[in-house]
Design a protein around this ligand. Structure first.
Ligand code: CP
Length: 324
């Protein structure tokens, strides 16, 4: 392969061009089909070693990356902070350099500190994929949300998408805002003032103070979890109050001028930011998001390894060579 299409790392959607984002989405398309096969494996990353370094809890992202890696025939190792030498005080860089000394190719990392992925990428030769760093970015979540919206509407340009809830603590919100704006969507944010970053309008989004106004305006809502574990002060009077004022409920959606598509990155606080009848209802694409997550991560790993978007169809076509 010649020059890498995405560069060495995927740290966020802010540094990417609209073309790069579009090509990742297009590259994910042929990889969707691999997960529908009886033998879900292609040889694309055979011989590559990938370490999943998760310093924070995760279900969807960690498992989805692991499936993506295995379906591309990479060799994978999972490392969590608990049980590793991080518990004994080893630094992030020492952990990563020791892994590199064992000749790995890529690190997928989730970390509670914003900027941790960039910090690591600047110090190791392996490709680094940001699987969520503090309140900064979660690029593969942003990409899978874009792919799910594109599947549903056939386009991103011109869509009105409102991101609702705890924007302040949300790396998913930031990746969505960058990705949606770059692809020509209109973006709203809606939540209590205590959970909206000061000056968020400067990113080019419209602030909605009432969920009813957001529902009236939007084609799709991306409903975010209240990140109670990151709230170290009195951001909300109570969860019941939050649900009463900002909860996405069937009653509120029934008053919308059009049928809205409902996304949620998970994990959900049912009965707080979203009611179960909405989460499990006909307009929810929450599980489609999870399915698309595997294809997006396959596409990102393939491109970082030097693959070209136009070769993705051929790469997924060689299933028989996987040799399992
Ligand atoms: N959406 C998301 O990042 O979920 P996890 O925290 O379970 O990985």
């Amino acid at each position: 392969m010649t020059e890498r299409f995405l560069g060495k790392d995927l740290l966020g959607l802010e540094p990417l061009t609209a073309d790069q984002i579009r090509f990742i989405l297009d590259t994910a398309e042929p990889f969707k089909e691999v997960s529908e096969r009886a033998i879900k494996k292609v040889p694309t990353l055979r011989g590559k070693t990938i370490v999943n370094l998760f310093f924070e809890a995760s279900t969807r992202t960690r498992i989805s990356f692991e499936f993506a890696e295995k379906r591309l025939s990479a060799d994978t190792v999972n490392v969590a902070a608990a049980g590793s030498s991080v518990e004994k005080g080893e630094t992030l860089v020492d952990t990563a350099r020791n892994l590199e000394a064992m000749r790995i190719d890529m690190v997928v990392m989730r970390h509670p500190s914003s900027g941790a992925a960039q910090f690591l990428a600047d110090r190791i030769r392996s490709n680094v994929v940001n699987a969520g760093d503090g309140t900064h970015e979660h690029p593969t979540q942003g990409l899978l949300d874009l792919l799910t919206l594109r599947d549903k509407f056939g386009r991103i340009e011109g869509l009105k998408v409102c991101i609702c809830g705890d924007i302040l603590h949300s790396r998913v919100a930031r990746s969505n805002i960058w990705g949606l704006l770059k692809l020509g969507a209109e973006v709203g944010v809606c939540g209590p003032a205590s959970l909206l970053p000061l000056g968020i309008e400067e990113l080019g989004v419209t602030v909605y103070r009432r969920i009813e106004d957001a529902i009236e305006w939007a084609d799709a809502l991306n409903v975010l979890r209240l990140q109670l574990e990151r709230m170290h002060a009195g951001f909300l009077p109570s969860l019941r109050e939050y649900n009463r004022v900002f909860g996405v409920t069937v009653e509120r959606l029934e008053k919308a001028p059009r049928e809205l598509v409902i996304l949620h990155p998970g994990p959900m606080n049912r009965g707080v930011e979203i009611d179960s009848r909405v989460a499990d209802g006909p307009h929810s694409v929450i599980l489609e998001q999870v399915t698309n997550g595997v294809a997006i991560r396959m596409a990102v790993l393939y491109l970082l390894a030097g693959g070209r978007p136009e070769m993705a169809e051929a790469a997924k076509g060689r299933a028989g060579e996987a040799g399992e």
